[in-house]
Ligand binder design. Structure first.
Ligand SMILES: CC(C)(COP(=O)(O)OP(=O)(O)OC[C@H]1O[C@@H](n2cnc3c(N)ncnc32)[C@H](O)[C@@H]1OP(=O)(O)O)[C@@H](O)C(=O)NCCC(=O)NCCS
Length: 156
């Protein structure tokens, strides 16, 4: 599981959900776009990919029903999952919320009987994943021509 020293507790009125309604999907994809695409002037349509229907999506909402964080478990094979779409709202980064989301995705993966989780980490996020006990296994792709990625994994 993720770093057990993570002490983030859901504040009163906050909830972690799997989006279902159109409003919830809008909030979910809105935050993914805001954090993972917009800063690099990418088009909104680049937010979604061909794996959306083969993933379990999680959205953290605050007491005002605003999106705080997203995360997604991509179901690569029955035993191999991939962590994707990790995004924490700018106002809430560095408070343990990303680790809380990793924990949520790992619990989902374990319940499904997965044995390994992999991910492609953006270089600035590398310390975050190392802290959550993921290991670098290889260099990965260059996003938008500038963001270096590292392939990381954790076995259970
Ligand atoms: C990366 C991200 C998901 C991490 O979530 P977060 O809520 O900010 O991280 P946490 O507060 O849970 O951090 C957990 C640990 O990782 C460390 N950490 C997090 N981001 C870090 C960074 N950029 N550099 C160094 N350490 C970092 C924290 O210091 C913390 O360690 P600590 O408990 O010893 O203080 C979030 O910052 C984010 O959305 N960033 C922008 C989008 C992005 O890069 N997503 C990942 C794409 S692969």
């Amino acid at each position: 599981m993720a770093d057990q020293s993570n002490t983030f507790k859901l504040p009163k009125g906050w909830k972690i959900i799997q989006p279902k309604s159109s409003e919830e999907w809008e909030l979910y994809y809105g935050l993914r776009y805001e954090i993972l695409r917009k800063p690099w002037n990418q088009d909104k349509k680049t937010t979604k990919d061909e794996w959306e229907n083969k993933s379990v999506h999680f959205l953290l909402l605050n007491e005002a029903n605003e999106a705080v964080a997203t995360g997604r478990l991509q179901l690569n094979t029955p035993t191999l999952g991939q962590i994707r779409s990790m995004a924490v709202h700018h106002d809430h980064q560095g408070k343990g919320i990303g680790s809380f989301m990793i924990n949520t995705l790992e619990k989902e993966a374990l319940q499904r009987g997965m044995k390994t989780l992999e991910l492609d980490a953006r270089e600035p996020a590398l310390p975050f994943y190392l802290k959550n006990n993921y290991s670098v296994v290889a260099d990965s792709y260059l996003l938008f021509g500038i963001i270096k990625h590292f392939k990381m994994k954790k076995d259970f």
